[in-house]
Design a protein around this ligand. Structure first.
Ligand code: R5P
Length: 271
């Protein structure tokens, strides 16, 4: 791997632990003002110190993240569709490599929609990004199974999606956790991170999801709603970090979550 690509990969996956906590903030690119991400700056700022990487679009990056924050950025560069349009999977590339380089990104991310009528187009978009990523030393995150494709969330389908992304040269892949998840990670030669999906019922559910994914071969999370839709987003991201980077078990993470939540509540009451 060339120096620039390796350096950027190290900005995404922490070389000391081989793991990453990516904070997903790109939902607005097809969902508009998602609950608790209506004012992105307010959501993002308190969480920045605890994310290895933030994943978002150039519009929210330029408007809502200070350049001095030193955040590592994986830029969402696919889109062009919306939740109310006819076909969520009909995505194109929205952002040039020139602009991604201007934004000093650590990587770029694009969705693929395997099994849909736009499979070929989205996979060729990924391949084209990889061509350019190799040229400029920028890793490409392939994102699988968004939208209706989520209904097919089993190891067979997700293995197919992840393996195809890896074969096309994606440097890192984002998918969903499922039963027999180790089948997905062992058959994919590129590192895998998991999305969190819609907000789960309890914090323990989030910690168990994270722990199980790491145990079964994920290198981390690229999580959004289960962090910033929680009433205590700083406490939950810090507990997730402890699982990902320090090997905490779900119960230990939950204890840490409660401690941080209580400290933060006390600090807010005395402020
Ligand atoms: C979806 O296309 C986006 O890439 C989100 O970043 C992804 O779904 C992860 O966010 P969440 O953990 O909220 O599912």
């Amino acid at each position: 791997m060339d120096w620039g690509l390796a350096n950027r990969m190290a900005r995404i996956i922490n070389p000391k632990t081989g793991k990453t906590v990516m904070l997903a903030l790109d939902h607005g690119y097809f969902l508009g003002p998602t609950h608790r991400l209506e004012e992105p700056r307010k959501t993002i700022e308190p969480l920045l110190p605890y994310a290895d990487t933030i994943m978002l679009t150039r519009g929210v990056l330029r408007s809502s993240v200070d350049p001095e924050s030193c955040a590592n950025v994986v830029l969402r560069v696919s889109g062009g569709v919306s939740i109310v349009g006819p076909a969520l999977e009909d995505e194109g590339i929205t952002t040039s490599f020139k602009d991604a380089i201007r934004l000093n990104v650590a990587g770029v991310g694009i969705s693929v929609f395997v099994g849909t009528s736009h499979e070929r187009q989205t996979l060729l978009n990924l391949a084209e990004l990889v061509n350019q990523g190799q040229e400029y030393g920028i890793p490409v995150l392939g994102i699988t199974a968004v939208g209706k494709e989520l209904e097919k969330r089993d190891a067979r389908y997700l293995s197919l999606c992840c393996r195809i992304c890896a074969e096309l040269g994606a440097h890192i892949i984002k998918t969903y956790y499922c039963e027999d998840f180790e089948k997905v990670t062992t058959s994919c030669p590129a590192p895998i991170v998991i999305a969190g999906g819609p907000k789960l019922e309890t914090e323990m559910d989030v910690f168990e999801l994270t722990y199980n994914a790491i145990q079964r071969g994920a290198v981390g999370v690229d999580m959004g709603r289960n962090i910033w839709q929680n009433d205590h987003p700083v406490a939950i991201i810090r507990a997730i970090r402890a699982i990902v980077h320090e090997g905490f078990k779900p119960k230990q993470a939950h204890k840490l979550f409660l401690e941080i939540k209580s400290e933060n509540q006390k600090a807010a009451a005395t402020a």
